[in-house]
Design a protein around this ligand. Structure first.
Ligand SMILES: CC(C)(COP(=O)(O)OP(=O)(O)OC[C@H]1O[C@@H](n2cnc3c(N)ncnc32)[C@H](O)[C@@H]1OP(=O)(O)O)[C@@H](O)C(=O)NCCC(=O)NCCS
Length: 199
């Protein structure tokens, strides 16, 4: 399986970092813990908040182990990272994304997607590269519908998904309560592969 080329044509072309887009591996535990904690503090995801983030490396390893054990499995899905190539030590993870296949027999053609990019590395094409990688994997593994929830006020994510062919399917009113008590809607977006859509 090959993944889309990272966007070297943008700012990263002049950036000194050597990056790779690849499935998660056991050596990514520390880097992913840092990324997930940064993203959880920001809390722009639809459902998972800070309470679902592993608190330490042991918990992170437990969460990730099924992914590298089955990273090429058509049964589970795929977990991709954008990692900085470093010779040793903690590998910085700049972005990650997950696509998991629904386990119910009649919905095994459906995948649920999530993505996050470190705040300091946004608007460089990394989110797009991750989502394109997840879409490629889905299309190669008979997942013809990819769906997700996105907060209504998450304009960056909505723009990314729209650019990559996701369309709005619905709205869940007051589905999220922010820490200050404000009730927020989220949106259901999905991308149905053109093969199926044209039937
Ligand atoms: C949403 C997110 C993943 C985008 O990642 P990114 O690496 O900054 O996005 P990219 O640079 O790949 O942008 C690709 C496209 O997305 C859209 N986009 C991304 N960020 C945007 C922003 N802040 N405003 C408007 N459009 C934006 C644009 O269409 C962009 O294409 P362009 O560069 O040709 O204009 C990132 O903002 C993020 O991690 N947010 C917090 C976590 C999150 O919200 N995850 C999704 C939960 S549903």
């Amino acid at each position: 399986m090959t993944y889309p080329a990272l966007p070297w044509h943008r700012e990263l072309a002049t950036h000194p970092l050597q990056l790779e887009l690849r499935p998660v591996a056991s050596r990514d535990v520390s880097g992913l813990l840092i990324l997930d904690q940064v993203l959880a503090e920001e809390d722009m995801t639809s459902a998972d908040g800070i309470e679902s983030v592993p608190r330490n490396e042991a918990e992170m390893r437990i969460k990730l182990t099924p992914w590298w054990q089955h990273s090429s499995s058509i049964d589970k899905g795929i977990y991709l990272v954008v990692a900085v190539s470093v010779p040793s030590g903690t590998i910085p993870i700049l972005a990650s994304g997950e696509l998991h296949r629904l386990p119910v027999a009649k919905m095994r053609h459906v995948g649920v997607l999530s993505v996050g990019v470190h705040p300091e590395f946004r608007r460089r094409g990394l989110g797009q590269a991750i989502v394109e990688g997840l879409i490629s994997w889905a299309e190669a593994h008979n997942i013809t519908r990819i769906e997700l929830y996105v907060r209504q006020d998450n304009h960056a994510a909505r723009a990314l998904y729209t650019k990559l062919g996701f369309t709005l399917e619905g709205q869940r009113h007051h589905s999220i309560q922010l820490p200050n008590g404000t009730l927020m809607d989220d949106l259901i977006m999905a991308r149905v592969s053109s093969l199926v859509a044209s039937r």
